[in-house]
Each structure stands twice: as structure tokens, then as C-alpha cells.
Design a protein around this ligand. Structure first.
Ligand code: SF4
Length: 309
């Protein structure tokens, strides 16, 4: 009897290990692919990895440190946490964790919490001022550290939520790009988790048992509109499997001539060419859609990705 129980638990453990390995490979492959697709990290870069103490930034640091070990290029990593002096912030957790990794790091202490509390009336949302202050401090820190890239832990689902937020509330077709120049024009910001989905990151963070710092220390509710969009996307994902992946592919596959932004496409000057146009409109035909359920990554792999196998 006890022999049976032991072999059953050994089988469960090996199954768990197998699915953890698959999850880890998937995350590493997706990060490697995003880095390659957008040339996020180049030889000689110093990457400032912004660490909040949440699941996303821990996962990003973990995967980037792995890729640093196996990549054919050489780059430095420096982890940076901004201690915003929120009451109850457990300031020992991140230094303890980062020491255990032997990674270069800096904890920046700036009391943005008091500034925000002072400036924003009670009951009003504090996030926009808080994140503006945080952004300025992180850019300054990147300059001080001589970082050539600033890595943020936003993932695919953050990008989709932002796309819908901008459409629903801002009247813009705009998301969070995987790579951009900072608004002060001085830094290149990258999002290495751009191809990773939140569910994978959640599972990974809990399996690895990262020392997560709660994100509600400031007492602010996460933006309600973003929460609503998140719920809408989660609901779609349950009811229409594959829709999230399809929407993300759409962000990578834009046809300006089939939208309506005259700044992006010169509609005024178009003329019939007399030649067949593969991208032309089939005007009166009903469009046909395949019921696609593919994952975000195209079949082709690239160097850094192959090394993660
Ligand atoms: S949730 Fe709190 S810490 Fe985060 S941006 Fe908003 S105010 Fe700042």
C-alpha cells in the first residue's frame, strides 16, 4: 500500500516537473523571440531591469539572467527598485533576494508617496502623478548608472488591455510598444515580456516562489477602467479560445490602407493602377476568416531562442 502511494506521488512530482520545465522553456523562448524580433538587447548593452517586487518583474529578471548566461552576445544587467516609501513597504525583501542572485542592483529611495498624498485630494486616483514621478526617477537613475536600455515588465495582456483602454476611452488605436524611445528622448525602453501571457507568468512566479511584495501598499485601487477591460478579455478568453492570440497577432499585422487614418496613408492621391492589387479591397465580398487558434510565436526560431531549448 505504502509502495503504491510512494510511486503515485513520485509520478505526480515528475509530471509537475515536466510541466514546470515546459512553462519555463516557453517563457524563455518567448522572451528570446521578442528580444530578437525587436532588437531589444545588443552586444555591449547595460540593461536596467526595473523591479517592483511583483510577479512580472521578478520573472523578467529571472529570464533575462538566464539569457545573459547563454546568449551569443554580452550584456550587463543591473536591477533597480524604487522604494517609494509607502507605509509598510518591506524594504529588506528585495536586497535579500538580489544578494542571493549575486546580481548588480540599486535600491533608489524617494518618498513619492508623501508627494502624491500631499498633492492629490483624498479619494482621487493617485496613479497618474505617481507613475509620472516614478518614470522621471527611473530615467534619472538610468543616466546615473550608464544604462543603455530600460527593461519594464509589461506583458502581452498588459499590451492588449492598453490597446482597448485607448480605443474605448482615448479614441486612439495605440498600445504599449515592445520598444520605444522614452519621452525625454534620452533612453530606449524595452518590454522583454511582450510575447508572454500573464497566466504563464503567474504560474511561473508561484512555482519559483518569488518573494512577492503586495502591490496595494499605497492604498490606491488599481485603475477601474483597466480592471474592467481585463475582465472583458478574460471573459472572451474563456468563451472564445484563441481570440486573445488573434488580437495580439493583429497588433503585429497592421494594414494602414484599410484603416481610416489619413496621416498614416495617403488616401487622397490613390488612383486605379489597372494592375491586380493583392492588398486591395474586395469591396462587396464577405470577408472569410479561418478559425485560427495558433499561439503568438511564428514557427521560425532565432539564435537566442534556439539556445533556450
Ligand atoms: S497603484 Fe499606487 S504605487 Fe501603483 S501607480 Fe498607483 S499610486 Fe502609484
Amino acid at each position: 500500500m505504502s509502495l503504491q502511494v510512494n510511486s503515485a506521488s513520485a509520478a505526480t512530482k515528475s509530471k509537475q516537473k515536466y510541466s514546470f520545465n515546459k512553462l519555463q522553456k516557453r517563457l524563455r523562448r518567448n522572451v528570446g523571440k521578442a528580444i530578437e524580433d525587436f532588437a531589444m538587447i545588443e552586444d555591449g548593452d547595460k540593461v536596467m531591469v526595473c523591479l517592483s517586487g511583483g510577479k512580472d518583474s521578478y520573472t523578467m529578471l529571472d529570464v533575462l539572467m538566464y539569457l545573459q548566461r547563454i546568449a551569443p552576445i554580452s550584456f550587463e544587467i543591473v536591477a533597480v527598485n524604487l522604494d517609494q516609501k509607502q507605509p509598510g513597504f518591506p524594504e529588506h525583501i528585495l536586497p535579500g533576494y538580489l544578494d542571493s542572485l549575486s546580481v548588480d542592483y540599486k535600491i533608489v529611495e524617494e518618498d513619492t508617496y508623501s508627494i502624491v498624498k500631499d498633492k492629490i485630494p483624498e479619494g482621487k486616483t493617485t496613479c497618474s502623478l505617481c507613475s509620472r514621478l516614478r518614470r522621471g526617477i527611473l530615467y534619472r537613475t538610468a543616466t546615473e548608472l550608464g544604462a543603455t536600455k530600460i527593461a519594464l515588465g509589461h506583458h502581452r495582456d498588459d499590451m492588449l488591455e492598453t490597446l482597448f483602454l485607448n480605443m474605448f476611452h482615448g479614441g486612439k488605436l495605440k498600445s504599449m510598444p515592445p520598444k520605444l524611445v522614452s519621452d525625454d528622448g534620452k533612453h530606449v525602453v524595452i518590454r522583454p515580456l511582450a510575447y508572454c501571457n500573464e497566466a504563464d507568468i503567474e504560474k511561473y512566479a508561484s512555482a519559483v516562489e518569488f518573494p512577492i511584495i503586495p502591490c496595494n501598499l499605497c492604498g490606491s485601487q488599481e485603475n477601474l477602467q483597466r480592471q474592467n477591460i481585463k475582465m472583458m478579455l478574460q471573459d472572451w478568453n474563456k468563451r472564445f479560445p484563441g481570440r486573445i492570440e488573434s488580437m495580439f497577432r493583429a497588433m503585429q499585422n497592421v494594414t494602414p490602407s484599410h484603416l481610416a487614418d489619413s496621416k498614416l496613408y495617403d488616401f487622397k492621391t490613390i488612383k486605379a493602377s489597372g494592375k491586380p492589387e493583392p492588398e486591395g479591397d474586395i469591396a462587396f465580398d464577405t470577408p472569410e476568416f479561418k478559425d485560427e487558434n495558433r499561439s503568438v510565436q511564428p514557427a521560425q526560431s532565432i539564435n537566442i531562442v534556439n539556445l533556450t531549448e
